[in-house]
Design a protein around this ligand. Structure first.
Ligand code: MG
Length: 256
């Protein structure tokens, strides 16, 4: 290439680049019109289930729940629109299995609660209950002026993540949990492909911000993962001797 040809070529290249860079951009270049998000009718109040929710407890019966022990019908007490823990009957789990979801539930520590630490209104929401390979507990316990280890108080991912703040209301008042759960994924050989993630609001306050779980919940020892698929949600009937908790208004939206 002669010197003149070289400069001519370079000039052409610069002009072409400039033309590309300055081709008029329009606001509509970055507008996405399809697919159109489907319509979901929100609940009449913020806590009421939206139109596409799977209602897991509407105050009338526990038909969506079974005993976690033997899959017999759940024997917790339905009273005044609430589902009250029956400790001797044990944990209950959903009939259905889920993978990724948005969950809303409300729980109440009774006003006459007794005990302290982990023995004061202990229950739990097990976001995927996959025995024998484990489960993941979002802790339910009275954390209103009740001291326990930080990663075991209400709104903790038990023994993994303390809540960002303590948003607990007094015993006798209703507590709201709004949860976004992304299930862990596993490779064909059983190894972990991606961990579980959870975001939790307690009474509308962010307490877990998309934390990556370290594995299944362990009371002793460190968490680890063992492969599992879709799993039920479980509510814990903890053996502490304090008066039982109540749940109400439980609904879930599957995330496709
Ligand atoms: Mg618990």
């Amino acid at each position: 290439m002669t010197r003149r040809a070289y400069w001519a070529f370079t000039a052409m290249l610069l002009l072409a680049t400039h033309a590309t860079a300055t081709r008029a951009q329009k606001p509509e270049d970055t507008e996405v019109w399809t697919p159109v998000p489907r319509i979901v009718t929100p609940g009449a109040t913020n806590a009421a289930p939206p139109s596409d929710a799977i209602v897991l407890f509407d105050g009338r019966n526990a038909a969506e729940w079974v005993s976690a022990r033997d899959s017999s019908p759940a024997r917790w007490t339905v009273t005044n629109g609430t589902l009250v823990v029956n400790k001797p009957a044990g944990d209950i789990m959903t009939k259905r299995s889920f993978t990724d979801f948005q969950l809303h539930l409300e729980w109440q520590v009774p006003a006459n609660i007794t005990g302290s630490g982990q023995y004061r209104g202990n229950s739990g929401v097990f976001l995927a209950f996959a025995p024998p390979n484990g489960f993941y507990e979002l802790q339910v316990v009275d954390s209103y002026e009740n001291t326990t280890f930080a990663n075991g108080q209400a709104g903790s991912v038990y023994k993994q993540y303390a809540p960002l703040v303590n948003a607990m209301r007094k015993p006798g008042e209703w507590q709201l949990f709004d949860v976004v759960w992304t299930a862990p994924r596993f490779n064909a050989d059983g190894s972990l492909a991606s961990p579980a993630y959870v975001t939790v609001f307690h009474n509308g306050v962010l307490v877990q911000d998309h934390v990556a779980l370290k594995g299944v919940t362990k009371n002793t020892g460190l968490p680890e993962y063992k492969a599992h698929g879709a799993a039920p949600i479980m509510l814990q009937a903890h053996g502490d001797p304090s008066p039982p908790l109540a749940f109400r208004n439980i609904w879930l939206r599957e995330i496709p």
